[in-house]
Write a protein that binds this ligand. Sequence first.
Ligand SMILES: Nc1ncnc2c1ncn2[C@@H]1O[C@H](COP(=O)(O)OP(=O)(O)OP(=O)(O)O)[C@@H](O)[C@H]1O
Length: 362
Amino acid sequence: MAASPSRDAILATLARIAVPGGGDLVSRDLVRALGVDAGSVRFVIETDSADTARALEPVRAAAEAAVAAMEGVSKVSVALTAHGPAAKAPAGAGKGAAPSLSIGRHPTAGPNEVPGVKRIIAVGSGKGGVGKSTVSANLAVALAREGWRVGLVDADIYGPSQPRMMGVTKKPASPDGKTIIPPVAFGVRVISIGMMLPEEQALIWRGPMLMGALQQLMTQVAWGDLDALVIDMPPGTGDVQMTLCQKFPVTGAIIVSTPQDVALLDARRALNAFETLKTPVLGLIENMSTFVCPNCGHEEHIFGDGGVAREAEKHGLPMLGSLPLLLEVRLSGDGGQPVAAGDSPAGEPYRRMARSLIAQLV
Ligand SMILES: Nc1ncnc2c1ncn2[C@@H]1O[C@H](COP(=O)(O)OP(=O)(O)OP(=O)(O)O)[C@@H](O)[C@H]1O
């Protein structure tokens, strides 16, 4: 695969996308938060109102198609956003409609309680794509199978994947239009920003709006009594991590990394960020640590060997597990049936991880 295009090359492509009323996406200064990571491109088209945002949908689609056609681009996610709060759900949206989270609201000051929730466990990573969502989903399911009452929040607001991984297609119910009743999958109460929006509408908010949305997800959901609320964080060490750790009593964080040097480097940054925020780190998880050929049984350490364990030792942190690269894990994640929900050997590392976490936390 060719190298990822540069930001400048992407901006040059976007400068060819005309905008109604004159000019193009770049000359009208509508592009925000452009990020390129290993062939994956994300950015926001920010407009002044929800109506303008809706009118620019064809422009968004054209921008997405133009960037997707660039050499070295494997994935594109373009969101339309408005400065102001999103429009309210139409009157009479009624039963089955997405609860009207007043998304876009700025976060409230001060710490938040999440009533009935005994522990908040944040699952983070430095780098994207290392398997953080896979680990969060399987860990939540494995904890539930050990008898814990578990909730799962998909806080990866830029790329929500829990609805797909947990196989949840139903919108959450909201009898009073305010409290959100989370759907339950494999014994886990799951909520994701992805459930509040049509799947194709990957909305992205500016920092404060994003934090407001996370705060609402945490506090408006009727969790009931939970032994643990697992949070699937966005990758990196940005605003969401800060908000979560500053505004909620996070019991501890788990950091997922592959053994690859570049992932480890980012994992170290995530570790430092949690330490700075005074959030205890419960341990490290190495994902994609090894690959065993199903045909000949040969074992290959594709992304390196033992790097995460060495990092854990260096920081005096528990190593919570090493997870192999398995086709079954990928297929089950895509199919909405986490491996930890079944009885195949692929689920065993997650069961062990859940047991050791329970022993550490109780
Ligand atoms: N151990 C594994 N074996 C095989 N496939 C895996 C494994 N872990 C993760 N994957 C696959 O890799 C892809 C990325 O995983 P996942 O979405 O969990 O990563 P992430 O760190 O949450 O990514 P993002 O930063 O984009 O949210 C998914 O298709 C997932 O099924």
